[in-house]
Design a protein around this ligand. Structure first.
Ligand SMILES: CC(=O)N[C@H]1[C@@H](OP(=O)(O)OP(=O)(O)OC[C@H]2O[C@@H](n3ccc(=O)[nH]c3=O)[C@H](O)[C@@H]2O)O[C@H](CO)[C@@H](O)[C@@H]1O[C@H](C)C(=O)N[C@@H](C)C(=O)N[C@H](CCC(=O)O)C(=O)O
Ligand SMILES: Nc1ncnc2c1ncn2[C@@H]1O[C@H](COP(=O)(O)OP(=O)(O)OP(=O)(O)O)[C@@H](O)[C@H]1O
Length: 502
């Protein structure tokens, strides 16, 4: 067990302390149930509970310091525990980040760090940068929706939050990277995490922007607040990479960022610009205009939006100090994350493409991308997400209407939402709801099987939504879910064999 002496006024700045200012600390926890002998417990007021109500439990489990914003609660315990530090702060989340940074001895400072933010594309850009940097023998780990990876493999670190972990978990991972000789760390930086200061205390070498379109409004409430949350990443970075094609926040970053900034675009002049984009079944070809020259690029990716993601990744490697020649030498090594425009190699007489699109913007991009693949009929499955903003659901229908021959509507991550309500919300987005070509199924599994039932030789089946990550949230439980098992079940029941996905 690591024991770190923490001097609280030094770590926290302005705060009020009753009890010792210095403690030998064994862990930093925000959940009383995780407290052990020597822990610092930080009380957080959440959506469902007030962490201050669990002080007694944390003390009972051996916590040596309690940090919170509510001095009334803290003062209740001070007369009884003279050897415990009770610390009142202005902002618990900020305190959590500061204490975590100090406990792990600022591991981010020893690594080259890249923060990636945007509504869509974070996981893809992270995966592209990860594969290129490791191919350049710059040992790089990553933290995000695809899991926590060292340069070698996916780790077993527990992910309590879908994408960007809580501050103690981030610094624990960065410390592990550092102790194992990893040189670079890529962090998907969600707006919620930025808003909640989970990334507080990290000075990123590079901050990357992909795009900003409506999402997470169930949390941020307005687009302006959503944008402001994402902008925070650029206040804690030395260099920035900006997507000029994005109307949502590109200009905002350009206007306010005061470090070294480069731009990229697939439609306009930029520091990294792609033109003459062509697709084949092997991937994409384009001309890269950068640093005053034109380079012919061939990469194993699909869709114009992925060319945009690739430019972001190339610019990131460049901003980290690699020459363009070095970066281009490993471009053939880029790997896409699971479920992002993944073509399933199978023995069915039709093609199957899986894509994580669960926002209207993502769906519109992936629909454009499949148009590059020849097919007779296009069958698309779309979903409404129970856990997220209901206003987004009909917009998914609007994006696909008129672009597919058959559409199957279903539900992802229902949470406590009624599946019928979610499906009906999506269906409301169709101008012509009652056509024979719009189908609905309450369960993702059923919808996938129905999409296959509709498919014939030469067709293309596009399955979109949250089929990846290994679970569906039903009620408040994470129920295991595997997209490939669902696909396999269909074909084994039809006695058709399916090869491993490529
Ligand atoms: C909306 C949100 O931010 N939720 C986070 C929040 O949960 P909450 O507000 O419900 O917490 P709560 O249950 O009210 O509890 C308040 C505090 O009391 C503590 N507690 C609770 C019970 C107890 O017995 N003892 C105790 O100490 C809790 O640990 C917590 O610190 O605080 C928890 C602990 O700090 C987080 O794990 C949880 O993230 C949940 C898992 C989550 O799903 N978050 C999503 C919305 C999220 O952050 N997503 C983004 C974006 C995803 C993407 O676009 O890819 C992400 O970065 O993953
Ligand atoms: N640059 C982009 N612009 C628009 N859509 C994109 C872009 N990149 C990816 N997408 C779409 O968004 C989907 C999700 O991509 P990805 O997982 O990389 O995004 P993300 O930002 O990590 O999403 P999440 O926050 O939900 O994990 C892809 O499957 C694709 O349909």
């Amino acid at each position: 067990m690591t024991i770190t002496p923490l001097h609280f006024p030094e770590c926290l700045g302005k705060c009020t302390i009753t009890g010792p200012s210095l403690q030998q600390v064994s862990s930093i926890v925000y959940d009383s149930r995780e407290a052990t002998n020597g822990s610092v417990f930080i009380c957080i007021k959440g959506e469902h509970h007030d962490g201050h109500l669990f002080i007694e439990q944390a003390l009972g489990r051996g916590a040596k310091a309690i940090v919170g914003t509510d001095s009334k609660h803290l003062n209740r315990y001070t007369p009884y525990d003279n050897d415990v530090s009770f610390i009142t702060v202005h902002d618990s989340k900020e305190a959590l980040a500061r204490l975590s940074t100090a406990f792990y001895n600022s591991p981010a400072d020893q690594l080259s760090t890249v923060g990636i933010t945007g509504t869509n594309g974070k996981t893809t850009v992270t995966s592209y940068i990860y594969s290129m940097l490791n191919a350049l023998s710059f040992r790089t780990g990553s933290i995000g929706t695809a899991g926590i990876w060292t340069d070698q493999k996916k780790t077993k670190f527990k992910q309590t939050v879908p994408t960007t972990p809580e501050a103690p978990d981030i610094h624990h991972v960065l410390n592990h990277f550092q102790e194992n000789g990893v040189q670079g760390a890529l962090l998907e930086s969600t707006s919620i995490a930025l808003d909640q200061k989970r990334l507080g205390g990290i000075e990123f070498n590079v901050a990357v922007h992909t795009n900003l379109t409506p999402e997470h409004l169930e949390f941020h409430k307005t687009m302006d607040d959503y944008r402001k949350a994402k902008m925070k990443l650029f206040k804690q970075a030395g260099k920035a990479i900006v997507n000029l094609d994005d109307k949502g926040m590109a200009q905002g970053i350009i206007d306010t960022f005061d470090g070294a900034l480069v731009t990229y675009s697939v439609t306009a002049m930029a520091d990294f610009e792609a033109t003459e984009i062509h697709f084949s079944d092997k991937g994409t070809f384009f001309n890269l205009h950068a640093l005053g020259s034109i380079y012919k690029v061939e990469a194993p990716i699909y869709g114009k939006y992925n060319v945009s993601n690739l430019l972001a990744a190339v610019a990131s490697c460049y901003q980290l100090g690699f020459s363009l020649k070095e970066v281009l030498s490993v471009i053939s090594k880029v790997k896409s994350p699971e479920g992002r425009f993944q073509i399933v190699d199978n023995h069915a007489p039709y093609q199957i493409v899986l894509d994580y699109a669960h926002t209207p913007d993502a769906l519109s991009h992936v629909l454009q991308a499949v148009k590059e693949i020849p097919y007779k009929k296009l069958i698309v499955m779309i979903t409404g997400v129970g856990l997220r903003d209901p206003r987004k659901r009909p917009l998914m229908a609007r994006e696909v209407e008129g672009l597919a021959d058959e559409i199957v509507v279903s539900v992802d991550q229902p949470g406590f939402a009624d599946r019928e309500v979610v499906v009906n919300d999506v269906l409301k987005g169709f101008a012509e709801t009652y056509t024979n070509h719009i189908h609905s199924r309450l369960y993702r599994e059923q919808a996938i099987h129905h999409a296959f039932d509709l498919a014939e030789s030469g067709d293309l089946v596009l399955l979109t939504g949250i089929g990846f990550g290994g679970y569906q949230i039903i009620g408040d439980e994470k129920v295991p879910y595997s997209e490939f098992e669902v696909i396999d079940q269909y074909f084994s029941s039809k006695k058709t064999t399916l090869k491993e996905p490529v």
